[in-house]
Design a binder for this molecule. Structure first.
Ligand code: ZN
Length: 77
């Protein structure tokens, strides 16, 4: 089995809502990386991102069970 490439995490800026976000992808050798990342940036789900940011700002982290349990553990100390 030949490996097609390593996972890359790249910080992108959405051209629509100007948010910075991270995309993780496996890039094959020979792919036009710049074009690929540009396309991924244009695929940004602005609405979901906005909701997520709003949830974080309002302190609503209960959707993340790991964070919620850590917060609970801290509260017991
Ligand atoms: Zn966006």
């Amino acid at each position: 089995m030949a490996r097609k490439g390593a996972a890359r995490a790249v910080r992108l800026n959405c051209p629509k809502c100007f948010s910075a976000f991270t995309v993780v992808a496996y890039l094959s050798r020979g792919i036009a990386a710049n074009d690929y990342w540009k396309a991924r940036a244009e695929e940004h789900d602005c609405v979901s991102h906005e909701k997520m940011v709003a949830a974080v700002r309002s302190g609503d982290v209960t959707k993340n069970p790991l964070k919620a349990s850590k917060a609970a553990a801290r509260g017991k100390q």
